[in-house]
Design a protein around this ligand. Structure first.
Ligand SMILES: C[S@@+](CC[C@H](N)C(=O)[O-])C[C@H]1O[C@@H](n2cnc3c(N)ncnc32)[C@H](O)[C@@H]1O
Length: 345
């Protein structure tokens, strides 16, 4: 995992890059040895408890982010185009309703679809600042440079950070709209989602806004096709986590001895993406001084993707300090977008 800013501290350090002649401010909240801090703890926990559960953020090293970008272009992966369609249809309304002067994007990745949203804000003249936040530094900085070049004069303040840890450090001032797109909310387990939305409410002032893009419950075959693509990109993406932890923590887990297994959990209404050992595995993660043993058939839970019913999400938001302002869907009713306002405590 490369770290762009050697002087970054957990408290945040500011520096600049100017690949395009427009200055992008970078706030680095991750410590320079982040891959050996939070990751050490997460991986140690994952391999010393049953069931073995990895947090999905470790999927997104530079290669993981690139593979994910490829997934979003696959014909089977309907969420990206469905979300783009909603944004194209309603971005102007979102800008008008919220009057936001700052757009924050959590888990921004390439910020590809976000241009549709930002174009609408930009054309009203109201947009002063864009704050993309992501753990994947190279992807984040490339996107920040691209956006600074597109909107001359816009303050772009990229935050290298973890949205489960750094919401309180988001810049304040003006009226903020926090966008959390791409169905990333669905990657949390239920308790984590409630904790995240609660922390989000705590970090927003009354009258500020949250925009959530979520995948909806639908026919299971179409959902599973999106996570089991014929090009094998999702397989590569999920297995990449083994490569990441071998590299970062000096491990020797055999990637070739895992099968990618996606399945639909009907009770929880989510896709569950696991790696299953196809042979008994005896490995070592040297940086953790940890021996790892998996029996044949044992599974590592790598990622989930919850599918939502909008009325249930509205009720959850209402219980956590938000009121629903609008919700939209695409023509196929595949994807949902919810705009909610922070209420008074
Ligand atoms: C499902 S992708 C969505 C990317 C993009 N927003 C989209 O709509 O296509 C999730 C993104 O969140 C980032 N991410 C995952 N966990 C994160 C965390 N805990 N903190 C910050 N970023 C995270 C990943 O690096 C990735 O860019």
């Amino acid at each position: 995992m490369t770290n762009h800013h050697a002087d970054a501290t957990d408290a945040g350090a500011a520096s600049s890059s100017s690949a395009t002649g427009t200055t992008v401010t970078v706030d680095a909240h991750l410590p320079s040895d982040w891959a050996r801090g939070a990751m050490r703890e997460d991986i140690h926990r994952a391999f010393t408890r049953r069931p073995m559960i990895l947090p999905p953020k470790w999927l997104y090293d530079d290669r993981g982010s690139e593979i994910f970008d490829g997934i979003t272009r696959l014909p089977e992966y309907y969420p990206t185009e469905a979300e783009r369609e909603i944004l194209a249809g309603h971005a102007a309304e979102i800008a008008a309703v919220t009057g936001a002067t700052t757009v924050v994007e959590l888990g921004s990745g390439t910020s590809d679809k976000t241009r549709t949203l930002l174009d609408a804000f930009w054309s009203t003249g109201q947009l002063e600042r864009f704050v993309p936040l992501d753990v994947s530094e190279a992807t984040l900085l490339a996107a920040a440079d691209m956006l600074a070049a597109r909107y001359e004069g816009l303050e772009v303040r990229a935050v290298v950070g973890d949205f489960t840890r750094h919401l309180q450090q988001l810049p304040r001032g003006g009226t903020r709209l926090v966008a959390f797109l791409g169905g990333t909310l669905g990657n949390f387990y239920e308790e984590e989602r409630r904790a995240f939305l609660g922390a989000m409410a705590d970090s927003l002032e009354e009258g500020e806004w949250l925009l959530l893009g979520v995948d909806r419950v639908k026919e299971v075959g179409r959902i599973l096709d999106a996570y089991n693509d014929s090009a094998g990109l999702t397989d590569d993406f999920i297995k990449n986590v083994i490569t990441v932890l071998n590299r970062e923590l000096d491990g020797d887990l055999p990637v070739q001895d895992f099968d990618y297994i996606p399945f639909w959990d009907a009770k929880q209404e989510r896709v569950d993406m696991r790696l299953r050992a196809t042979a008994p595995i005896q490995s070592r993660i040297a940086a953790l001084d940890l021996d790892v043993a998996l029996d044949l058939g044992e599974e590592l839970r790598v990622e989930i993707s919850n599918k939502f019913r909008i009325d249930q999400l509205d009720a959850e938001l209402a219980s956590l300090g938000f009121e629903l302002a609008h919700s939209w869907t695409d023509a196929n009713e595949d994807f949902g977008m919810v705009l909610a306002r922070r209420t008074a405590d």
